[in-house]
Design a protein. Structure first.
Length: 131
């Protein structure tokens, strides 16, 4: 079984846009044509399972993504690449696990959801010291 783990910081009530990767037996070739019937999902909030529904995300725009659903679909024009979206509705630790059973693969993605604006640091920082 292959496993992929990733972590991200996101904002509360903003749609999380991510991608899921599933591969054929060689571990290199992407598995194309998967649907919600081929995968299962488990979503956790602060280590408590949520009964959110895995649904086809192809006809749903980012502005239509709502809480209580995990949206999954193959990206149009990119066989083997999958869109994964949901809207976390509380600040805290979120974890989404996707299982592709036939390919014996697990994708686990962690999200630190915050209610505060993300601080972006860039440029130079000046520092002066007395000699």
């Amino acid at each position: 079984m292959s496993t992929i783990f990733r972590s991200r910081v996101v904002r509360i009530n903003q749609p999380v846009r991510d991608q899921a990767d599933f591969f054929e037996g060689d571990g290199f070739t992407r598995q194309a044509g998967l649907t919600i019937a081929d995968v299962t999902s488990a979503l956790f909030y602060d280590n408590v399972p949520l009964p959110w529904v895995l649904t086809d995300g192809a006809p749903v725009s980012d502005s239509q993504v709502k809480a209580a659903y995990v949206y999954f679909h193959e990206i149009a024009g990119a066989p083997g690449y999958y869109s994964l979206r949901f809207r976390p509705n509380a600040a805290g630790y979120w974890r989404l696990c996707m299982v592709y059973g036939a390919g014996e693969q697990l994708l686990a993605q962690d999200y630190d959801v915050t209610s505060e604006a993300l601080q972006m640091r860039g440029g130079l920082t000046a520092s002066f010291t007395n000699c």
